[in-house]
Write a protein that binds this ligand. Structure first.
Ligand SMILES: [Zn+2]
Ligand SMILES: [Zn+2]
Length: 171
């Protein structure tokens, strides 16, 4: 995938950050600035890996994401290597693939996920009957690569002014 990973709010990128970690606390990470988008995925793989009805993601450019403690191991389907887990408690903490310019970190791993509700939901064809996400945009499968820039623009507009990174959380 090749969309632009310019932050919608680059001025904040250096000064605002959020932290998160796995269930046991051995694997910790942080990211700075505004996300590119927030997601929920209803696919069967995400259901099985999370043990919940869907996975949640915050998408950030690779350069604004850092593992700050511990070292992730590859789990999930493993090939291609993309699902990064804690080596001790095996929480599925983030997804990153060779060649990606972004990381999808699990929203549920954040110490404070306030304001990062899913904006887009994917794979609703597999949605469990009781599962609702509150996402603004729904896709039966995944959006085409060409659709992401527009979705990110919509997300930036929708989150402007109400997101915690503009009001000084973890300043
Ligand atoms: Zn852990
Ligand atoms: Zn999925």
């Amino acid at each position: 995938m090749s969309w632009s990973t310019e932050a919608p709010n680059e001025m904040d990128a250096e000064s605002r950050f959020r932290e998160g970690g796995c269930r046991c606390g051995q694997l910790r990470f942080q990211f700075t600035g505004a996300p590119l988008i927030t997601l929920a995925c209803h696919c069967r793989g995400c259901q099985r890996m999370t043990g919940g009805p869907y996975s949640t993601s915050v998408t950030v450019p690779t350069g604004r994401f850092a593992v700050t403690a511990g070292q992730a191991v590859i789990g999930g389907v493993g090939d291609p290597a993309m699902h990064h887990h804690c080596p001790k408690c095996f929480s599925w903490v983030f997804t990153r693939m060779e060649g990606w310019s972004f990381v999808n970190l699990r929203t549920s791993m954040l110490d404070d996920p306030t304001g990062l509700d899913p904006f887009v939901e994917t794979q609703t064809a597999d949605r469990l009957p009781f599962a609702t996400t509150g996402a603004v945009r729904s896709f039966k499968g995944f959006p085409d690569d060409a659709e992401w820039p527009e979705l990110m623009k919509d997300y930036a507009l929708a989150s402007a002014g109400r997101a915690p990174w503009t009001t000084g959380i973890n300043p």
